[in-house]
Write a protein that binds this ligand. Structure first.
Ligand code: GRF
Length: 216
């Protein structure tokens, strides 16, 4: 089967991008990273893509109307024959219009167990709330920030004495395992959006401590 052509959108460090690239080089991975776009020139993640021989493009949002920025993004994605978009630390909100144009074809990763702790400064707020478990979520994007049908989640314990920094390291490690797994499910068309939820076909038993949406 032809591999699904994926674009990864980044704004910075790109460690999730790196994890996706690492998995996508496997011959049996159902998706290929065809394009990496950054809205920030010089983003570190661009170097990971270049090192892997992946086409990169910088489309800056600064000094542009939102509509013009998104039109440029849309043109680049279509020109590259992209079928699926992965947001990986992409720090721009996409408009409802863009999200509808790419309906159920945009994934995002967020460093909490959604719907808890949407938005920024997640780990600080997790620690302040005193919750014992946190984690990360891969979900289909909806116009509302950090909302949309959940493909997969990974649970991470919060330790006594954790700081936002130590917790971020542990959650990031889980992100790097979860995102490739979730992308695989979507690219293999085993993750189907039904209204507000995702149904996973043949999910099998949860792997290495991760909880996918349990089969319904
Ligand atoms: C990750 O924590 C991700 O969940 C959030 O932004 C961060 C991006 O990190 N959306 P990186 O650029 O992938 O290293």
């Amino acid at each position: 089967m032809a591999r699904v052509r994926v674009a990864v959108l980044i704004s910075g460090r790109g460690s999730n991008l790196e994890a996706l690239i690492r998995h996508a080089v496997a011959a049996d991975f159902p998706a290929e990273i065809a394009l990496v776009i950054s809205n920030v020139a010089g983003a570190l993640g661009l170097r990971h893509a270049e090192a892997a021989g992946i086409t990169t493009q910088v489309i800056e949002h600064r000094g542009k109307e939102r509509a013009a920025f998104e039109a440029e993004l849309d043109r680049a994605l279509r020109a590259a024959g992209v079928e699926l978009i992965c947001l990986a630390g992409f720090m721009r909100l996409l408009t409802g219009e863009f999200v509808r144009r790419w309906a159920d074809r945009i994934l995002n990763i967020h460093p909490s167990l959604l719907p808890a702790f949407r938005g920024l400064d997640v780990h600080e707020r997790v620690i302040a709330a005193g919750v014992r478990f946190t984690g990360c979520t891969v979900h289909f994007v909806r116009p509302e920030m950090d909302a949309g049908p959940i493909v997969g989640q990974a649970v991470v314990p919060v330790a006594d004495g954790d700081t936002a920094e130590t917790l971020a390291v542990r959650v990031l490690e889980a992100e790097h395992a979860l995102y490739p797994l979730a992308l695989r499910l979507v690219a293999e068309r085993r993750a189907e959006v039904i209204g507000d939820v995702v149904r996973i076909r043949d999910a099998g038993p949860p792997d290495f401590g991760f909880r996918l949406n349990p089969a319904r």
